[in-house]
Design a protein. Structure first.
Length: 666
């Protein structure tokens, strides 16, 4: 490989798209053209460089984000290829956090899809400079004009085409750079020309606007310079076109990475500031933490502080991972990405060193289903628990729950494809045969009204903890808001901290057994005893006070909702409307264009789990439904969903006190 010491600059780029838009194929061609790999792999044949898991090679889909790198024009480019299927959105979410630039791939056939929009909004929230790449112009049904309109309408009005397609479908042969002074090709599509680029950039650039209004000639070079400035600031977005499977547009994409995406910032001499965005287990090295450094340097045998876990650990090796290959680096500095070995306690999202340079994590992935996992035999449960714990370290959203007394294992998932992948991973990687129950929807609860919870935990002695909470409904999506109005002389700060720590745990199971959310809890009264109080008294008292308050306020069941867009041939429109009414959907007036019936609305997850399969069968495969999570809302009064409570209910105070005190004394 090229000597890194001679590298002039660096880029960290994530490749994102809706499933089947061509991400992994594009990555493969970028690697091949740069000389990083000697032969092109294929997604379908399971030989793609970034599909390293056996299940990825078998299924022809990306399940985990994969890091790789290449050198182009004396620039080192770290690439992260992310999954496109909505079931693996958590991988996308974690990768977004560590990128300085992004390539968002959009199919010229399917256009802007639900996950395209979701990723776009996340990129925008983090202000990540982004290249838009319209792929598959060689496919039947490619319609660049329509897709450009979708991009401008559904993503951003500041998408600036910098290449014009030459031909379309089977006549597509390449693209012409519109940011040069060559005359447009014969038959150039409207919107894909220099005039359109000038018009867009005039909205941002005063000098261009003045020239545009006055009709003065504008040099293509000046347009490119302006676009470079605004693209690196994340205000304008260059749009390229191509057909990755035929290597058309790949060289232009590499040039655009250098021209329009920024270099990573950071000073290698500053104190360390880094984040862990991925965890894997290596057969020889154990746990490997993929780390992005924002400031500072990590060397072999360094001791690093994990501020999230509050521990110090020693680095044993620093590796660059390239698909299925690895090389020892010995050192990694600010602006770079590497796999660090030796951090045995590290988890995804942990911050190493100072947290002030690490950007916030986006929240897109929300598991809406819970499922029970069964081992093949009772003897295999310990091995299954260990395997699922390892997988939960790699994907914390699985949120493994092992109920030892009931011998029950539960995980949270995004959808059916994820369950298939989990089954395959447990078999191929751990040699375990498992069975999953039918997934059930994850409901939540919220207080029905304002009220108070009170607990005087003074028996059986020695103990003394008196608490009074005000409990109020919060605004939708607010989660838990907690504050204390109690002064330190009434209740010592150490006891108040214990209360604050226990409240989220106490809200994990409400009156119906679901997590309580969108709630404001205020501690309005607290009292301890000089001799009789132990800090753990407040660990016992807090759940009893909270549950007593919820019993007074009552709780309202909340169900998860999906925002959907359904497109079917016009003749199926009436049947779709009928289905939606039966599923308790709310929807806008449908539109009909080009023989297609298009409808947008909101659907409860519970009523629509099987609908994508039903829609496909009904429409002969010509119906398309795209969906994204749209939050929780109150369930209708006739919907009842109760989950079996784990452990003793704090409302049964005497039994709960005995159960908890026994656990605390062990």
């Amino acid at each position: 490989m090229t000597d890194e010491k001679r590298i002039a600059s660096r880029r960290n780029v994530g490749i994102f798209a809706h499933v089947d838009a061509g991400k992994t194929t594009t990555t493969e061609h970028l690697l091949y053209l740069s000389g990083r790999i000697r032969a092109l792999g294929s997604v379908d044949s399971g030989t793609a460089q970034t599909d390293s898991l056996e299940v990825e090679r078998e299924r022809g889909i990306s399940v985990r984000s994969a890091t790789t790198s290449l050198v182009w024009q004396n620039t080192w480019i770290n690439l992260v290829d992310t999954p496109g299927h909505v079931d693996f959105l958590s991988e996308v979410e974690r990768s977004l956090r560590v990128m300085d630039g992004a390539i968002l791939i959009i199919s010229a056939v399917e256009g802007v899809q639900s996950q395209t929009e979701m990723i776009w909004h996340a990129l925008q929230s983090l202000k990540i400079p982004t290249l838009l790449y319209m792929n598959k112009l060689d496919r039947v049904g490619a319609d660049p004009e329509r897709v450009l309109q979708e991009i401008h309408k559904q993503l951003t009005g500041m998408a600036v085409p910098i290449y014009a397609p030459l031909g379309i479908e089977d006549t597509f042969r390449g693209a012409q750079n519109v940011l040069d002074d060559a005359p447009p090709a014969v038959g150039a599509l409207p919107g894909f020309d220099l005039a359109a680029a000038v018009e867009k950039l005039s909205e941002l650039d005063e000098a261009l606007l003045t020239s545009y209004i006055e009709g003065a000639p504008i040099a293509a070079h000046d347009v490119k310079t302006a676009l470079q400035r605004y693209a690196r600031q994340g205000e304008a977005f260059p749009l390229l076109v191509g057909a990755s499977s035929k290597a058309i547009g790949i060289e232009e994409l590499l040039a655009a990475i250098l021209d329009y995406l920024p270099e990573p910032r950071g000073d290698a001499e500053q104190p360390l500031s880094a984040v862990v965005f991925k965890v894997e287990r290596d057969k020889t090295m154990g746990r490997m933490a993929y780390v992005r450094l924002y400031e500072g340097t990590i060397r072999n045998r360094d001791t690093v502080v994990n501020v999230t876990q509050g521990v110090e650990e020693k680095v044993t090796q620093i590796r660059r991972i390239d698909g299925r290959k690895a090389e020892d680096l010995g050192v990694v500095a600010a602006g770079d990405i590497a796999a660090v070995c030796g951090l045995t306690q590290v988890r995804i999202g942990d911050v190493l060193g100072r947290p002030d340079s690490v950007p916030p994590a986006p929240r897109m992935a929300v598991p809406l289903l819970t499922v029970q996992v069964h081992a093949e035999s009772d003897a295999q449960y310990p091995a299954l628990v260990a395997a699922l714990q390892e997988l939960t370290d790699e994907d914390p959203l699985l949120d493994l729950q092992w109920l030892q007394d009931e011998r029950e294992l539960h995980v949270k998932v995004m959808g059916a494809i994820q369950l298939e992948i989990l089954t395959s991973l447990l078999s191929s990687r751990f040699g375990l045969v498992v069975r999953f129950d039918q997934p059930s929807v994850i409901y939540k609860e919220t207080p029905s009204q304002a009220g108070e919870g009170f607990i005087a935990y003074t028996m059986p002695k020695p103990c003394w903890a008196i608490l009074r909470f005000r409990i109020e409904p919060g605004s939708p999506g607010s989660g838990l808001v907690y504050e204390s109005q109690v002064r330190g002389e009434q209740l010592l700060v150490q006891y108040q901290n214990e209360v604050a720590r226990r409240i989220p745990e106490a809200l994990q199971q409400g009156l119906f057994g679901w997590e309580v959310t969108d709630i404001k809890v205020t501690l309005v009264e607290g009292e301890h005893h000089v001799w009789h109080t132990h800090p753990l008294d407040f660990a016992v008292a807090t759940p009893m006070g909270i549950m007593q308050g919820l019993a007074q306020t009552g709780t309202t069941l909340l169900e998860p909702m999906l925002q959907v867009r359904i497109t079917v041939p016009e003749e199926f429109g009436g049947k779709v409307l009928s289905d939606l009414v039966q599923m308790r959907a709310t929807f806008d007036a449908p539109s009909i264009a080009g023989g297609r019936f298009v409808l947008e609305g909101r659907l409860p997850v519970a009523t629509s789990l099987e609908y994508p399969v039903k829609l496909s069968a009904m429409s002969g495969g010509r119906g398309v439904i795209t969906s994204s999570f749209a939050g929780y809302q109150p369930s209708p009064p006739d919907v009842h969903a109760e989950r079996k409570r784990r452990g003793v209910n704090p409302l049964d105070q005497s039994k709960y006190i005995l159960a908890v005190r026994k656990a605390l004394s062990n």
